[in-house]
Structure formats: C-alpha cells, structure tokens
Design a protein around this ligand. Sequence first.
Ligand code: SF4
Length: 289
Amino acid sequence: MHYEGNCIRPPSEAYSILLQVTVGCSHNKCTFCGTYTGKRFRIKDDEVILSDILFASKYMKRQDRVFLMDGDALIIPQKRLLWILDQIKEHLPWVRRVGAYANAKSIKMKSLEELKALRENGLGILYLGVESGDDEILKKIRKGTTAENLVNMGRKVKEAGIKLSVTVLIGIAGRERSLEHARATGRLLSAMDPNYVGALTLMLIPGTPLYEEYEQGGLELPDQREFLRELREMLAHTNLSRGLFFSNHASNYLPVKARLPKEKQEALALIDAALSGRIDLRPEWMRAL
Ligand code: SF4
C-alpha cells in the first residue's frame, strides 16, 4: 500500500482496509491539530489508488470495511469519489462499509442528492470533528465553521442515510470557559443527534499553535477533576434520540460508554463516583492519543 506520512484513522476503523486517497487535510488550520502539519493537501492519482485497491483485493480478503484516509476524503469531487467507490465494489465485493473523515466544508460542498448517491454506492459512515459547540471556542481554535453550520451539516449527513460519528474535545476551552463549552457542546450534540459521540480529552501537541499558546501562559488547562466535571456537564446537556456516547479513548481519564437515552443516568452516576474519589482515574502516564 502506498502510505505517505503520518496516517490516522478512528479507533473503530482499527480492522479496516486503510486506503489513502488524499494526503493531508484541506483545512489544516485547527490550532490543536498536528496530524498533518507539513503535509500539503492533494488527492492521490487514480493509478495509485487503483493499485492499492488491487493489492487489497489479493491480500485483505478478511477485512470487510474500508476507511478512506487522510483528513477529509469527502472533499474529493463527486465523480472521482464515485469512481473510487465503484472500484471498491468491483474489486473488493466482500466490503460491507466504507468510511471517511469529513469536515463542515466538505459536507457543504456535496448536495443532499450527492450524499445519497455516495451512500447508495457504499459510503456508510462519516466521522466529523466538532470539538465544541461554543462559537467563541470554534473561532479561537480556527475550526473554520460555526456551531449552527456544524449542526446543519451533521443533520444533512444523517438525512442522506449515512451514519454520523462526531468527536468533541474535553479541555479545548481551557479552565475559564470549561463549563460554557460543555453546555454549548451538549446543546449542539442534542440538535445534531449523531449516531456516535466520542469525547476525547485534549492532549497538547508540540509544534501546534495551541501548544505555543499554552507554553506562553495564554491557556490554562483544567485539572483532572475539572476535566471530569466538564465531561459530566457535557453529558448532562446531551440528549440523543438513539446514540452511543463514549469517552473510552486512551486520552481520557475515565472510560465512559453509554447508550443514550437509556444509560445516561448510570453514566452520570459513574462520573460522580469518580469525582468523589470512589473510582480511580487513568494515571497521566497511561494517557495517549
Ligand atoms: S479539520 Fe481535522 S484534520 Fe484538519 S486541521 Fe482540523 S482537526 Fe486537523
């Protein structure tokens, strides 16, 4: 497979065929993100993509999911993206689902009909980095969108019949705005109603603008208990019709996994138990991205 540079995928795509169809992220401006620093965004050549699909057709017959990397493969023009999905269907007929990262811009660039056509051709899930529902924070971290736009884009994905998985960032608002960020994010999630919510805890990456801000004293991070309080407040304000809210990523201090709405109170009680010291938290050295 022709992999270039730092390649990431969501934890739930760990066993998928990882097909790198773009290099980098077309936005590449978020202040906390160091994933694609130094990678200039481009769509890979059709011949390279096809040769990777043919390689997978010989050696990856047990993997029934494909994840399209890098940052936001949905930005690929419709005709080319349909061609990629067609090649997957033709050469990897055992694949049941194709997934990709998306951002507000790439979703906006596709009409509802185009998204439906992608779903009919195998695109089953999109992963959207929301980070916060607080417009002040979205602006500060240079997310390039607003909470309202994120809600509309998320709804559009769901309306097209594509599953939606979003990530939010605990700690991104710093200590001062922690609870406002938590409430606004809970409200955004309730309005968007995604299928999955992954709450990650912020880890500062050297070389990113946010890291610099922290180093220069412009950002004060919540402590462990404040991180947990933020998570609790966010979950308390999140009402999903039917979805999974989890914070079991390796970056988190307390693994939480709750089917909403049914298990919300149970999850809140678990966080309360951790806040009162009845449950141990993951030690700092065990946290990772
Ligand atoms: S859109 Fe995603 S991949 Fe691109 S810079 Fe922001 S966080 Fe990183």
